[in-house]
Design a protein. Structure first.
Length: 160
């Protein structure tokens, strides 16, 4: 039995501690989920009336199930538009777009920009590369302005 305590310190993931920023798009979030729900309802409705219409074609139960499954796949694709998120703190930034999540330390980010006429913000990286930030969208107007200011403030504080 040792008298000293070995304390293991586990840091919280980026963007989950005090002073952190979490941003999600507002308009895209609602449009993604509402359009996904409407798609499911429409495809289920089509599947229900598929066997009861006099089109000259005989539809089976498997055709109805296939319509519902197709609607679910399309709805899942539409729901991806509700997925973007940004989490940032003094250590770095985590960007989750529709596909993958990428975590970067602030030292790897040259600038946080929102070019004129762009639909969303981006992180300028070395060698003229950039990472789109779909969570901060021009369609969200003042919400996007406040979000870009908070993220830029964290970036500036970390770089100074």
């Amino acid at each position: 039995m040792s008298s000293g305590s070995s304390e293991t310190r586990v840091e919280a993931p980026i963007g989950r501690g005090p002073g952190s920023v979490t941003v999600r798009p507002r308009l895209a979030f609602w449009l993604g989920w509402v359009s996904a729900a409407v798609t499911v309802v429409v495809f289920v409705g089509i599947a229900v009336v598929l066997r009861n219409t006099a089109t000259g074609v005989f539809f089976r139960l498997t055709d109805q199930v296939a319509m519902v499954v197709l609607g679910l796949f399309i709805a899942a694709g539409l729901a991806l538009f509700a997925r973007p998120r940004v989490r940032a703190d003094e250590r770095g930034i985590e960007v989750r777009n529709t596909g993958l999540t990428k975590t970067l330390p602030w030292s790897a980010v040259e600038a946080v920009s929102f070019p004129d006429g762009a639909s969303w913000a981006r992180l300028d990286l070395p060698d003229y590369e950039y990472l789109p930030v779909l969570a901060i969208q021009a369609a969200d107007r003042q919400h996007a302005v406040a979000a870009i200011r908070r993220v830029r403030a964290l970036h500036a504080a970390a770089r100074s």
